[in-house]
Design a protein around this ligand. Structure first.
Ligand SMILES: NC(=O)c1ccc[n+]([C@@H]2O[C@H](COP(=O)([O-])OP(=O)(O)OC[C@H]3O[C@@H](n4cnc5c(N)ncnc54)[C@H](OP(=O)(O)O)[C@@H]3O)[C@@H](O)[C@H]2O)c1
Length: 300
């Protein structure tokens, strides 16, 4: 006998909710897009109508109607709602970064832990089949001594649908940083320290030390412009270099994998996942430490 689909609610009605979360929630096996909440009731009604979901204005009623919640809102909006959802026993598909402060991330992670809800943070690179195959291949070997990763994005161009207020304020460190740190963490080991410096606009440079000795360097920006857009990552060691695959733009495949794994965990009562809220908190700690250094340098 097959179990009924898990009812998911979507928080957010913006571009990312419309192009990624809503269509993938509605088309992933074992999941139903049951409810939509947004601060703009008309946008919530319109988005919900396209998927025969129920729009909600009242957050409590929204949470009552679902088993899990997926988020497509800015991080400072996501964190308090996700904490409330976890306290109500709802499973969480979180966006990166999970919070903008360590205290908020701690509160969210503790709420998820205490209420034994399953969680997955959508670190996109970690759910792409090609990237997973590469990770499985290189981590089977070991002996890597270092890594280099650069992501030059263009979300801060005036014309980009991703040119949103929180990105303009927090820059690529908090937007692309989570993806890159989560990838280097998976391949070279837990990050034990970070040294950060800033370039022009939102350019952030990080030097990471990983448990056991490897080190890596990162450059991220969302101000690169169209011509310079690109992603590059490789690791190196005694056996040579290994290039990470270039991530495809389409978020549907990795998001479906993230949701499927979340639903499997929710059904089986497992809360641990390699990209769960606790890991999201660890990645956030690296970013917060980097931000403190950037702020100190800027104040000098
Ligand atoms: N994993 C990935 O590859 C990936 C890619 C893209 C985005 N994301 C993540 O998705 C999240 C949202 O992305 P985005 O910044 O590009 O936003 P977005 O898609 O433009 O959507 C923002 C949504 O949040 C709502 N919102 C903004 N401020 C709010 C507030 N104070 N209270 C309630 N709702 C509020 C907006 O409502 P209005 O429409 O009323 O303004 C809109 O529905 C971010 O965490 C981002 O990191 C992840």
């Amino acid at each position: 006998m097959t179990s009924p689909p898990l009812r998911f609610g979507l928080v957010g009605t913006g571009y990312w909710a419309r192009i990624a979360h809503a269509p993938v929630l509605a088309s992933t096996e074992g999941i139903e897009l049951a409810a939509v909440w947004g601060r703009n009731p008309r946008a919530a009604a319109e988005l919900a109508a396209g998927y025969h979901a129920t729009p909600h204005e009242d957050l409590a009623a929204f949470l009552d109607a679902v088993d899990g919640v997926a988020f497509a809102v800015p991080p400072d909006v996501q964190t308090p709602i996700a904490t409330r959802a976890a306290r109500a026993g709802k499973h969480l598909l979180l966006e990166k970064p999970i919070a903008l402060s360590e205290a908020d991330a701690d509160e969210l992670a503790e709420a998820a832990e205490q209420n034994r809800v399953a969680s997955v943070v959508f670190f996109t690179l970690r759910f792409q089949p090609q990237m997973r195959a590469w990770l499985a291949d290189v981590t089977a070997g070991g002996g890597w001594r270092g890594g280099v990763a650069a992501w030059f994005g263009s979300s801060l161009l005036e014309s980009s649908p991703f040119n949103t207020p929180w990105r303009r304020e927090k820059g690529a460190l908090w937007d692309l940083g989570p993806h890159v740190v989560s990838l280097l963490w998976a391949v070279l080991g837990p990050v034990t320290s970070v040294t950060a410096d800033a370039g022009p606009e939102d350019v952030a440079h990080l030097v990471l030390h990983h448990q056991g000795g490897p080190s890596s360097v990162v450059t991220v920006t969302q101000s690169a412009g169209e011509a310079a857009r690109g992603f590059e990552a490789y690791i190196w060691g005694a056996s040579g270099q290994s290039d990470a695959p270039t991530p495809p733009d389409d978020p549907a495949v990795p998001l479906r994998i993230a949701l499927t794994e979340l639903a499997q965990n929710a059904r089986s009562g497992r809360t641990r996942h390699s990209c769960d809220v606790r890991f999201g908190r660890e990645v956030g700690r690296v970013l917060a430490a980097a931000q403190r250094q950037l702020d100190e340098r800027a104040a000098r």
